[in-house]
Write a protein of this length. Structure first.
Length: 226
């Protein structure tokens, strides 16, 4: 990742975080120049520098120096980029109904899939004896329900809303990639599996995955009773 100090856009992120990857995919899709700022919340200097910009402390955050604006939240960042820094590939369709479906699918991946996936992952890093096995089972069941719904949707689609690659696919890539690590996507959901494979072959997502590879050791391993 080569910094572009001429770009007015600064992205504060960690390459292994799924919501950060979501924004990286959007940037890579259109070759949008930006200045990357790696955030290590475990390092006091890096953490304090980031909190000075966004006290909430959640990544990613985009800073647009030309407009003197700070934009948090992955979906909002991509909407902002699509409007203010449009590329050759719009990520929000111009048609209202397609745009609405794109936003709906984006919410589906973030809320119905990423949220239970993160519940399972964060439970693994809880102190011994403080796990939430019931909550984990509920999260796994929620993921399987989401897989089933998505499998029916993807039976005759190339991308999340059809033949156009959109914001929804930026969301789907990291979510499905990590969800597959905690609740494997099997042949029972073959259309989801095929969709994930297409996403993995998309250059923008493949690049984000490769840049995150050195940090895979950070992913919490299952508990003995997981």
């Amino acid at each position: 990742m080569t910094p572009n100090h001429q770009s007015p856009l600064q992205l504060y992120f960690h390459p292994f975080a799924s919501f950060c990857q979501k924004v990286l995919i959007a940037l890579y899709e259109n070759g949008t120049p930006f200045e990357p700022h790696f955030v290590d919340l475990g390092d006091p200097v890096s953490r304090d520098a980031f909190l000075a910009i966004w006290p909430v402390g959640r990544m990613p955050v985009l800073v647009d120096r030309s407009a003197n604006r700070t934009i948090p939240e992955s979906s909002i960042i991509i909407e902002y980029l699509d409007h203010h820094y449009p590329g050759a590939r719009p990520l929000i369709p111009g048609d209202f109904n397609k745009a609405l479906e794109t936003r709906l699918q984006d919410r589906f991946f973030d809320l119905q899939m990423a949220e239970p996936m993160q519940k399972i992952v964060t439970d693994r890093i809880r102190p011994k004896g403080r796990g939430d096995p019931h909550g984990v089972e509920v999260a796994k069941a929620s993921l399987l329900t989401a897989y089933g719904l998505l499998d029916r949707q993807m039976e005759n689609r190339t991308w999340a809303i059809g033949e156009e690659f959109t914001l929804a696919d930026c969301s789907a890539g990291p979510t499905l990639f990590y969800a597959d690590w905690v609740v494997p996507i099997t042949d029972a959901h073959k259309h989801v599996r095929a969709y994930l494979e297409r996403l993995m072959n998309r250059p923008s997502f493949a690049r984000a995955v490769e840049e995150a590879r050195p940090y895979r050791g950070l992913f919490p391993q299952p508990r003995a009773d997981d």
